[in-house]
Design a protein around this ligand. Structure first.
Ligand SMILES: Nc1ncnc2c1ncn2[C@@H]1O[C@H](COP(=O)(O)OP(=O)(O)OP(=O)(O)O)[C@@H](O)[C@H]1O
Ligand SMILES: [Mg+2]
Length: 270
């Protein structure tokens, strides 16, 4: 019985792999513009204490998935990453399907971040997307976002969140197809991308979906309860081409944003 189960699992996995391969080919065909080659330089994440754990930062042009439960700090992490770019004179784009930008500006102003100022200076762009606009973005192979990125030379892009993007699609196949199309677009744009995602945990383990395989880097944010107190911690699950720490490190949300506490290893992520 066990053997049969195992065999059907293998067959299923093989079929899924094949399906993804076919989809990838289709998506590549639909994206007409050239794919921008990946660069090897690293850029600062903007999170104090994080870059020393990853050989100096995120690879320029890479795609990072920041995954965590509600309130784990994903949006603050993402905004801090953008603020780092803005402070260095870069142009940044925040694409959202869930946050209202005025509310967001007000929430993060507590950290001393004035996004409105950068928006007025045309260095920061926040776009709220509704489901229909997202679908046409994918169908048109970038559309208005494409123009916004090239016209303003955007170097850092955040999509908050990939989960709400996925939920726009009803069945698994169209979700996968749209997800792959989005990754192809992000590769084409060539920005350093940070995606946030709602964590799905199964039996204390982080459950992977097919999109995780497409990301270059995955950072997990934990907000676990111990003895009646919640502790924040961060784990680098993968970072392509990087020798990163494999320990779960504690972090705090301070008045200047996220700060990884050096040397404070958390035993259990959950
Ligand atoms: N000024 C602040 N100082 C300290 N902690 C803060 C501050 N502002 C927010 N927080 C903490 O950060 C949490 C919200 O973080 P954030 O919005 O980044 O979470 P999230 O992972 O994006 O959540 P969601 O999945 O709901 O979008 C709050 O619940 C609070 O615990
Ligand atoms: Mg959020």
């Amino acid at each position: 019985m066990k053997k049969v189960k195992k065999k059907s699992k293998v067959v299923k996995a093989k079929a899924l792999k094949k399906q993804v391969k076919v989809l990838k080919k289709q998506v590549k065909k639909s994206v007409k513009s050239k794919i921008v080659p990946r660069r090897t330089q690293r850029i600062k994440s903007g999170i104090p204490g994080l870059d020393p754990l990853t050989q100096g930062g995120l690879k320029e042009g890479s795609i990072t998935l920041v995954i965590g439960t509600a309130g784990s700090g994903k949006t603050i992490f993402a905004m801090q990453f953008l603020m780092e770019g803005l402070k260095n004179g870069e142009s940044c784009l925040y694409l959202t399907f869930e946050e209202k930008k005025e509310k967001l500006y007000s929430d993060v102003s507590a950290f001393g971040w004035d996004f409105k100022k950068y928006e007025e200076a045309k260095k920061f762009f926040a776009v709220e997307y509704n489901p229909e606009q997202v679908k046409s973005l994918i169908e048109e192979g970038g559309g208005t976002v494409d123009q916004l990125i090239s016209k303003n030379k955007i170097t850092r892009l955040v999509i908050d969140s990939i989960t709400s993007f996925s939920l726009l699609y009803q069945d698994e196949l169209s979700r996968k197809e749209a997800g792959l199309a989005l990754f192809e677009l992000m590769n084409k744009w060539g920005c350093t991308v940070l995606l946030t995602g709602q964590a799905v945990f199964k039996q204390q383990e982080f459950e992977e979906t097919s999109l995780e395989f497409e990301a270059d880097n995955i950072i997990l944010l934990y907000h676990s309860k111990k003895a009646g107190k919640r502790i924040r911690a961060l784990e680098i699950l993968k970072m392509r081409g990087t020798k990163h720490v494999n320990k779960t490190m504690a972090f705090d949300i301070t008045k200047t944003g996220l700060v990884v506490k050096p040397g404070t290893i958390v035993k259990n992520g959950f």
